[in-house]
Design a protein around this ligand. Structure first.
Ligand code: HEM
Length: 215
């Protein structure tokens, strides 16, 4: 079955969530200089220092992909997903009448200690384990453990575009600038506003350009 989306749906849904994700991921990176260092090494070795990173590089940068995935795991811009039951049914002994609204707490699912080791820690390496395969990703998605883009037929149609655009934005910022923040650490306090999870104190930092031949 086809679904049509208006441009407004695509812009409203896609722009703010990508901005929020970029901001949270950069905040995590600034708080973890070892992650920034490792990311920069990967980018410098694959992309080099003579040009800017671009969208087509993302597939060759596994650590950058893992950083974006981990940013989305800890800070899903849409922490609550909803579904409506089209018919009455029984699930694990619970009777659910038709038209009941189901609210899925994706935030809690992705910090569940039964599924994730050190669930509140920003550890991109967890998505890098060498034995991981595409099937692992698919299994996690099917088991509904990793759901920043929701799932099923109403899952986010912009997930690939979002991963590449956030990856490129984060990649450029890491490649070209050193980051300084007053007080040394970003305040990660979060607030649930409207339908999305945002920073109480939006990220304010100083970007010092690195010496790059093309800048
Ligand atoms: C980091 C960026 C993004 C995140 C985290 C995100 C996340 C989500 C989530 C959680 C949903 C609800 C899925 C569900 O209920 O199962 C959704 C729906 C949607 N997203 Fe995204 N999204 C992002 C970027 C984008 C982009 C770039 C576009 C389009 C260019 C987009 C278009 C949409 C649309 C049209 C829907 C509604 C789908 C439907 O109702 O069937 N999103 N997104």
């Amino acid at each position: 079955m086809f679904r049509f989306f208006s441009l407004q749906e695509l812009f409203v849904g896609g722009t703010d969530s990508s901005v929020q994700t970029t901001q949270w991921t950069m905040a995590e990176i600034i708080n973890k200089p070892d992650v920034l260092e490792r990311l920069r090494e990967e980018i410098d070795s694959i992309v080099g220092k003579s040009r800017l990173i671009q969208e087509t590089d993302i597939s060759k940068l596994p650590y950058l992909q893992a950083v974006v995935k981990e940013g989305l795991r800890l800070h899903p811009p849409f922490p609550l997903l909803t579904r409506k039951f089209q018919e009455t049914c029984d699930v694990k002994g619970f009777h659910i009448p038709e038209k009941t609204t189901l609210v899925i707490n994706a935030y809690a699912v992705m910090r569940n200690p039964d599924s994730w080791e050190d669930p509140n820690e920003f550890k991109p390496e967890r998505f890098l384990i060498s034995s991981r395969s595409r099937q692992d990703d698919e299994r996690e998605q099917a088991a509904l453990k990793y759901i920043p883009f929701g799932g099923g037929r109403r899952g986010c149609p912009g997930s690939s575009l979002a991963s590449v655009s956030v990856g490129t934005a984060v990649g450029v910022m890491v490649q070209c600038f050193d980051w300084r923040i007053k007080g040394g650490k970003v305040n990660m306090e979060e607030i649930f506003e409207g339908l999305s999870l945002t920073m109480v104190h939006p990220l304010k930092c100083t970007a010092v350009p690195r010496t790059m031949p093309f800048l």
